[in-house]
Design a protein around this ligand. Structure first.
Ligand code: AHM
Ligand code: MG
Length: 349
């Protein structure tokens, strides 16, 4: 009997020693988590078309975002802040960094070869990239650009669609004007107190944090879910006089219930905070912008996809954002996005 017990005791002791040793080693060398490249590779089978090309596209976007991140961090040291003195197609003043970010993402996607066309906030028409590419990208290269000069968080928003027409043929309107529900992947990069890349391929939402000294994104949260309820409302109340009556009433409801008002004026940052803490972001129709200010194809669709994948909702007040058929590249829509219960309540008004 003893001869049986002795090895058991000694093996237990060994495992205690091993555990203590591994605890000690993780204390002095904290694990850094899984890198974006490896995560994409490991999860490639989740993509509807199980191709390496979509993975490569995500990697191209990640790479361009690192370059943009570097440039944003240098703003103030070199002459890349301030306006270009020009306007983009929707009449917004273009900032130097808007233009720079647009160049960085366009180049990365053009070099990669997987994309056949690029829709960008900064270009009036779409850009033909490679007729042999299978994917169409819609992007806002740098959103919230009025915050650049004042060191406040900004973001990149992207949507990825599969082209409808045959590979190798010229792009047609049906490739470009696709509903949000056709996105195969979407996400955003938040250039904030740390830089984060958040994306979905329709299998939950994954968040990565950029480690600048290693030049890599590392997984910080997979399968992120948005709280169903929340108490944060984000809306530019400076325009309250021209909100529709039902929006005025909902904002009053938020105040009556002592909700917290938080508005950065950077869609990605406002959305990301609400996704973590529970909240609603609203850009309604106003006197100045009867269809709201935000653009369906490269601002709302991507965030709507992410929101739904995280258990939230996104609507224009009448219709699910992802079900809206775009009729033009730079189409605007009223936007209500965030925690399920809050969006439902807002819509009930
Ligand atoms: P932009 O694409 O020109 O940067 O505009 C979009 C931005 C959003 O990030 C933000 O939520 C909104 O405009 C703020 O608009 P406003 O200043 O009217 O509240
Ligand atoms: Mg924008």
């Amino acid at each position: 009997m003893q001869s049986i017990f002795v090895p058991m005791i000694s093996s237990q002791n060994t495992s205690i020693k091993l555990n203590t040793a591994s605890m000690e080693s993780s204390r002095i060398a904290q694990p850094i988590g899984i890198a974006l490249d490896r995560f994409i590779k490991n999860n490639q089978d989740e993509f509807a078309f199980a191709s390496g090309e979509l993975s490569q596209l995500l990697r191209d976007i990640a790479l361009a975002s690192k370059v943009v991140n570097r440039e944003i961090n240098k703003a103030g040291l070199i002459d890349i802040m301030g306006g270009m003195g020009s306007q983009n197609n929707t009449g917004d003043d273009q900032q130097k960094l808007d233009v720079l970010a647009n160049i960085r993402f366009t180049r990365a996607l053009a070099k990669g070869g997987e994309a056949c066309a690029l829709i960008s906030e900064e270009n009036e028409s779409y850009t033909d990239l490679n007729n042999d590419g299978k994917y169409v990208i819609a992007i806002d290269p740098l959103d919230g650009s009025s915050n650049i000069d004042v060191n406040v968080s900004i973001g990149t928003i992207f949507s990825i669609y599969r082209r409808k027409t045959k590979v190798g043929t010229p792009i047609s309107e049906e490739d470009i004007l696709q509903k949000g529900s056709e996105q195969v992947a979407a996400g955003y990069i938040l250039y904030g107190s740390s830089t984060m890349l958040v994306y979905t391929t329709g299998h939950g939402v994954n968040c990565f944090t950029y480690e600048p000294s290693l030049g890599e994104y590392f997984l910080s949260k997979d399968r992120l879910m948005m709280p169903e309820k929340g108490k944060i409302y984000s809306i530019n109340e400076g325009s309250a006089n021209s909100f529709p009556d039902n929006v005025k009433a909902y904002v009053q409801f938020c105040k009556d219930n002592q909700y917290t008002a938080r508005y950065i004026g950077s869609l990605v940052a406002d959305f990301h905070r609400n996704m973590l803490k529970g909240g609603i972001y609203i850009y309604p129709s106003t006197a100045k912008d009867p269809n709201g200010k935000l653009r369906l194809m490269y601002e709302c669709n991507a965030l709507a996809f992410v929101a739904e994948q995280a258990g939230g909702l996104a609507t224009d007040g009448q219709k699910r954002i992802l079900d809206i058929q775009p009729t033009s590249l730079h189409q605007r829509v009223p936007f209500y996005v965030g925690s399920k219960n809050m969006v439902e309540k807002a819509v009930s008004y």
